[in-house]
Design a protein around this ligand. Structure first.
Ligand code: 26W
Length: 812
């Protein structure tokens, strides 16, 4: 099955040498590490290109149905290592480089992460592309080629500072500009109606436009010769006008169009789960959607005799959250205005083409655009949304004749706003959540009325992750060990990991497994020493929480617990406690004050504890700067404990939880998102579960009867750590520094941190006890890896394919 091309080392070295000379006019031995990286990347691209061409030929020949995964975010990370892995020539290339005197790790470190995403949703898109290619399904990722990706995070005096991510500075060896597929995207102006043969034609006039130019990146399938495409759009100015024009109006417009092109793809919005409502963001959305949909329709017509009426038989658009939802209206516009179809027929095609995934129930993440803004920017698309809404309301009224409340809860246009989620649901044949609990909450609560009206649309697709990046590439020691025990089929069939279950009681295997963990901890300790100048003991328990900083994820609860432990050790110097290293990594949205203050608190606590000789190495706190895909791989491999402690009901799924599990770290967590299913796979007794259930949280919220002060009054530990937020214990220079955190906890505690604190503390105590029994712990760690099969994105993709997209595998 695995296609392993005979790797010709001599040829590869020649290619490498020649690429280096061609690109930099230098021989390899004179090249900088960055130049060597570039030369290696171009050589790997040489090895990809034939398969890339052949894959697309095969798609055309077989007239395959294609999914377009529409996403504002693709958090790809680095490409070189991943491409080498999937070409099944990683070891060979490493040997080549060794022989030439280069260290592949150092070469890989020259590549900037492609950080075109914020967090979970963007990384999920990247994992899905890997699985689609590996399973041999025809797919395009469609997104934006942001000039600047997710900002780089610097920690200066304990605070986050955002630095622009100039990821294209040295060029991007893997991308190919496809100027021949450029299309025009129009903004603003007004809509004129002209009559042609008794039929109204709607024409957008006096608009501004940009030229959307696609760049393609190869997505290499694992060992199967398939190469799919991530297509990201850049914006260029249309230059069919004359900048020297003496016509003032023309000149003005020319300048504006130039500006539009320059600004539109400038930067990724660094908000996670928070809608900022910026006009430029809506422009970005329409920009890449209009371009992608135009191109998909063009391509379909080219292959099908110019007739679009069976588009849905060969094309599916998967909308990654509400961000690309304007696709519903854009496809309608193309079918009705440009292809001349009747409304009903166009609507039938559209609603058989679009499918929508919901990734969050956080209300502040729901995208709603003011009608004024939407109609000014997209005048014709807005008219179409109005018509979709008008017809949808008629349908609601037909279903619920005497119930205006249903219109209020489901209409697309409401309260002066366009509700993008409602447009997505109405225009899609499938609506899915990303973990069982999340989908249940959508059906029973958030989208209850939609579910009642169209239950068949709703389905669950529990998220997954790709083992090719998060085990094979990120943890080579463990990957090799697994292969030595059960063979390498797990690389494409993660279920096979279950064969490890027979080894979990074998003491030799246990010590091999834990020895690998130890070596990965040494690797991370080295990284921490280099980047943070902190010495951490690889024999201590590595307790990790790495993810976006958000109140609902409760990094604050974690650090409050560290503060509590510190107090305990101070009070009982002989206290017997397993030495722990608490590792945090998180970016906060630039304008999210509470999140940024939490980062300051973590760093202040770290500073105090790490420099307190009294603590004697029992506690260390590390905040890893600029958490991103590339250093995440090191952290997952080295973790002993995975912190998944969101307020129950809030984390739609989580995917970091799966990455830790794969690498043998048990979870301390709430019954939220995919944690529920992780516990189901690994067993209650092999996880540290605590806290309110989703039901209980929602019950408190319904009844408004949670009073954080009650906890404060009765729990001495809580009182003590809260007081330390406002008495200067961690901020002698400014005792009031953490007042806002204190107030938020005591006045609202929206995320039930105080409520869950004691139960969290008890769960942590259970961890401490469990870790002392080395063999039992080794067993529990191995069980994580062994029972992780379900959480491969390969499984998730098979479900999308079977239930939603109905694709056929391609044979080369
Ligand atoms: C409009 C601003 C905005 C930006 C990003 C709203 C919402 C988002 C994303 C949906 C946030 C996100 O990444 N959600 C995460 O998606 C993951 C993949 O499904 C889940 O595992 C996480 O639980 C969910 O928070």
């Amino acid at each position: 099955m695995i296609k392993k091309k005979k790797f010709d080392k001599k040829l590869f070295k020649k290619q490498l040498e020649s690429n280096c000379r061609m690109l930099f006019r230098r021989n390899l031995d004179e090249a900088t590490p960055q130049q060597v990286y570039q030369a290696v990347a171009y050589s790997v691209k040489d090895d990809i290109i034939d398969n890339w061409i052949d894959t697309h030929k095969a798609y055309e020949k077989q007239d395959a149905k294609m999914v377009y995964y529409m996403s504002m975010e693709f958090l790809m990370g680095r490409a070189l290592g991943n491409n080498m892995i999937n070409l099944v020539c990683y070891d060979e290339i490493r040997e080549c480089l060794d022989e030439l005197g280069f260290d592949l790790n150092i070469i890989e470190d020259q590549e900037p992460d492609a950080a075109l995403g914020n967090g979970g949703l963007g990384r999920l898109a990247a994992c899905f592309l890997d699985s689609l290619a590996t399973l041999g399904y025809p797919a395009y990722g469609c997104g934006i080629r942001y000039r600047y990706g997710m900002f780089k995070q610097k920690i200066v005096n304990g605070a986050q500072k955002e630095v622009p991510d100039d990821w294209l500075k040295n060029g991007n060896p893997f991308e190919i500009k496809r100027d021949e597929y450029a299309v025009e995207v129009k903004f603003g102006g007004y809509v004129d109606v002209e009559m042609h043969d008794g039929k109204a034609k709607y024409i957008q006039k006096n608009y501004q436009s940009v030229r959307a130019v696609p760049y393609d990146m190869p997505i290499v399938g694992y060992g199967n010769g398939i190469v799919n495409t991530l297509r990201i759009w850049d914006a260029e100015a249309v230059n069919n006008f004359n900048l020297d024009s003496f016509d003032k109006g023309e000149y003005q417009k020319a300048v504006e169009q130039e500006n539009l092109a320059r600004t539109i793809v400038e930067v990724l919005y660094p908000n996670d789960n928070h809608m900022a409502g910026k006009e430029l963001r809506l422009k970005q959305q329409y920009f890449f959607i209009s371009a992608s949909v135009q191109r998909a329709v063009q391509k379909y017509k080219l292959l099908h005799g110019g007739d679009v009426r069976k588009l849905h038989e060969k094309v599916a658009f998967q909308l990654n959250d509400t961000h690309p939802t304007v696709a519903v209206a854009e496809l309608m516009r193309i079918l009705v205005d440009e292809e001349g179809l009747e409304w009903n027929e166009a609507w039938d095609i559209t609603t058989k083409t679009c499918a929508y995934t919901n990734h969050t129930i956080m209300s502040e993440a729901l995208e709603k655009w003011p009608n004024e803004l939407f109609s000014r920017l997209l005048p014709r698309v807005y008219q179409i949304v109005e018509e979709i809404n008008r017809r949808f309301i008629l349908e609601i009224q037909k279903n619920y004749p005497n119930d205006q409340s249903k219109v209020a809860s489901m209409a697309i246009l409401y309260d002066g706003q366009v509700r993008m989620a409602h447009l997505a649901i109405t225009g899609s044949y499938s609506v899915n959540g990303v973990a069982r609990l999340h989908t249940d909450i959508l059906m029973k609560r958030e989208l209850k009325d939609f579910y009642q009206m169209q239950p068949k649309k709703f389905n669950n697709k529990t998220n997954g992750i790709t083992q090719r990046r998060f085990l094979l590439h990120g943890n080579p020691l463990l990957a090799n060990w697994v292969t030595s025990k059960i063979g390498d089929e797990w690389i494409t069939k993660l279920d096979h990991l279950k064969h490890l279950n027979v080894y979990v009681d074998d003491e030799k295997c246990q010590s091999e497994f834990m020895n690998i963990k130890y070596q990965n901890k040494v690797r991370l300790a080295k990284y921490i020493k280099e980047h943070n100048d902190i010495d951490v003991d690889p024999r201590s328990l590595f307790d990790c929480q790495v993810k976006r900083l958000h109140e609902y994820k409760r990094q604050l609860m974690n650090i409050l617990h560290v503060m509590y432990l510190y107090n305990e050790i101070k009070e009982h110097p002989d206290m017997d406690i397993v030495p722990r290293t608490f590792i945090f990594g998180a970016k906060a949205a630039a304008g999210y004050h509470t999140a940024k203050l939490t980062i300051k608190l973590i760093n202040a606590v770290a500073d105090r504890i790490n420099n307190d000789p009294f603590i004697n190495g029992k506690l260390k706190v590390v905040f890893i700067e600029d958490y991103r895909v590339s250093n995440a791989e090191l952290i997952f491999a080295a973790a002993d404990l995975s912190e998944q402690i969101s307020t129950a009901s809030r984390e739609a799924s989580g995917t970091g939880n799966m990455k830790f599990m794969l690498n043998g770290a048990p979870t301390i967590g709430t019954m939220d998102g995919a944690n529920v299913e992780i516990v189901e796979e690994v067993g209650q007794e092999n996880a540290f579960i605590f806290g309110l259930s989703a039901e209980e949280v929602m019950e408190y919220e319904r009844n408004h009867n949670y009073y954080p002060r009650d906890v404060y009054n009765t729990d001495e530990n809580v009182r003590k750590v809260l007081t330390q937020l406002v008495n200067g214990y961690y901020s002698p220079e400014d005792p009031e520094k953490f007042r806002a955190l204190y107030n938020a906890l005591l006045e609202q505690d929206t995320y039930f941190i105080l409520k869950d604190f004691d139960s969290y503390k008890e769960a942590q105590k259970r961890v401490d006890e469990a870790y002392r029994d080395e063999k039992a712990w080794a067993r529990m760690a191995m069980l994580q890896t062994a029972n992780c099969g379900k959480f491969s994105s390969d499984r998730t993709i098979e479900e999308y394919v079977n239930d939603i997209w109905k694709l056929d595998r391609i044979v080369l």
